[in-house]
Write a protein that binds this ligand. Structure first.
Ligand SMILES: Cc1cc2nc3c(=O)[nH]c(=O)nc-3n(C[C@H](O)[C@H](O)[C@H](O)COP(=O)(O)O)c2cc1C
Length: 175
């Protein structure tokens, strides 16, 4: 095995070891734009689930809103459609393991939240204790785009983790 020297389009370096296919995802290998990596967490009366996301960004500051693109086949998509709300966690550079644990297997197979340091906010949104920032979001609009849905959501509440402010965000090129 040798470290792959491939560089992805737009210069995102690929630090994968060839042969470790089980530890990769098209969201890592096929992305054309460098970006932050986070979690989308959905909490319903019956279930909670966390998935890794990289297709997300802010929409506007007035209204304070963001978008996230979620594959329709995922458990997360099913749960967001049920409750119309979710939280987005911004991960820091030392949370690669969390990103891979929540991004390579579905919550339909096992309870990913059981392994995360989650706590509920007053409105019932789940936040990650060790994340850089957590936001509570309510879906304003859903737009189908191929096999994904673009959820545009109002940000209801945000929490910054001052204990992690010295770290930078986890990026796709870290994975
Ligand atoms: C780094 C990374 C980024 C990802 N970004 C997204 C994304 O933005 N949208 C998406 O639908 N899936 C994304 N995925 C894939 C989901 O995290 C993955 O399909 C997950 O298993 C879905 O979990 P669920 O079925 O429990 O919802 C990403 C995976 C990784 C590893």
């Amino acid at each position: 095995m040798c470290a792959a020297a491939r560089v992805r389009p737009f210069g995102i370096p690929r630090a994968k070891v060839e042969g470790e296919d089980s530890l990769t995802s098209p969201y890592i290998t096929d992305s054309i734009v460098e970006g932050a990596v986070g979690l989308v967490i959905v909490n319903t009366q019956k279930a909670s689930n966390a998935m890794t996301v990289s297709l997300f960004s802010e929409v506007a500051h007035h209204p304070t809103s963001l978008w996230v693109s979620i594959a329709r086949k995922t458990y997360t998509h099913e749960l967001i459609e049920q409750v119309g709300r979710f939280s987005v966690i911004i991960l820091h550079r030392n949370q690669k393991d969390t990103a891979l644990a929540c991004g390579l297997k579905s919550g339909r197979e096992f309870d990913k939240c059981a392994y995360l340091d989650l706590y509920p906010g007053p409105a019932g949104f789940l936040f990650l204790g060790d994340g850089m920032a957590s936001t509570a979001c309510s879906v304003r609009q859903s737009l189908p785009v191929g096999d994904h849905t673009l959820f545009i959501a109002d940000i209801l509440e945000s929490r910054m983790n001052s204990r992690r402010s010295h770290l930078r965000q986890l990026l796709l090129s870290d994975l």
